[in-house]
Design a protein around this ligand. Structure first.
Ligand SMILES: [Zn+2]
Length: 193
């Protein structure tokens, strides 16, 4: 589990408590500000990736064979092979790694686990051994391993907050980071009033 989804869980619990609180005291207000996106998306532009796929027209045998079958599920368009609607990425280490990184590291992508990362990737791209590459990438991600350890340690320390008597009596600011850089930014600030 990554640090962002952990935050979601904590907030859900507090929101439930909040419903009860609002019933009791109408003037009690709680605002949760989540700044989840600092900087623009850093997933490489699709057009740019397609350009590079075109330049790199080395195709694995499995792909050319599937294309030759002409089964209607695979086709070629403008120099790009599409396998069931997903662009085939040639066996170029740099290109494949960049695509993997773009679907995992950026702050707004949030270090998804293998299944979620596969889901995101398969919307647009495919290559033989993609699943295995995703698995290796997630298992090899230093941040993900680090977050796992932090989560296990912190789980025992959690305890419920006392219910404040009114707004602005208790404000907590949580700074999460450093995360992989997105447009020179690498932290998320969560403010709870
Ligand atoms: Zn990660």
């Amino acid at each position: 589990m990554d640090i962002l989804s952990r935050k979601d869980q904590v907030n859900t619990k507090e929101d439930n408590k909040d419903v009860q609180l609002l019933k009791d005291k109408m003037w009690t207000r709680k605002t949760t500000a989540r700044i989840t996106m600092l900087g623009r998306k850093v997933i490489p532009e699709e057009g740019d990736i397609l350009k590079r796929i075109r330049k790199n027209n080395m195709r694995e045998k499995k792909v050319t064979q599937t294309l030759e079958k002409n089964d209607g599920l695979t086709w070629e368009e403008d120099g790009v092979a599409y396998m069931e609607g997903r662009a085939y990425v040639p066996n170029n280490k740099e290109l494949r790694e960049e695509i993997l990184r773009g679907h995992h590291d950026p702050v707004d992508v949030g270090h998804p686990g293998q299944l979620r990362m596969m889901e995101l990737l398969k919307r647009n791209y495919w290559w033989p051994g993609l699943k295995e590459d995703v698995k290796k990438y997630v298992q090899g991600c230093f941040k993900c391993q680090q977050n796992k350890v932090q989560y296990q340690k912190k789980a025992e320390e959690l305890h419920p907050l006392e219910i404040p008597q009114g707004p602005w009596q208790e404000i907590s600011i949580n700074i999460i980071g450093p995360l992989p850089k997105s447009n020179r930014m690498d932290v998320i600030v969560v403010i709870v009033d």
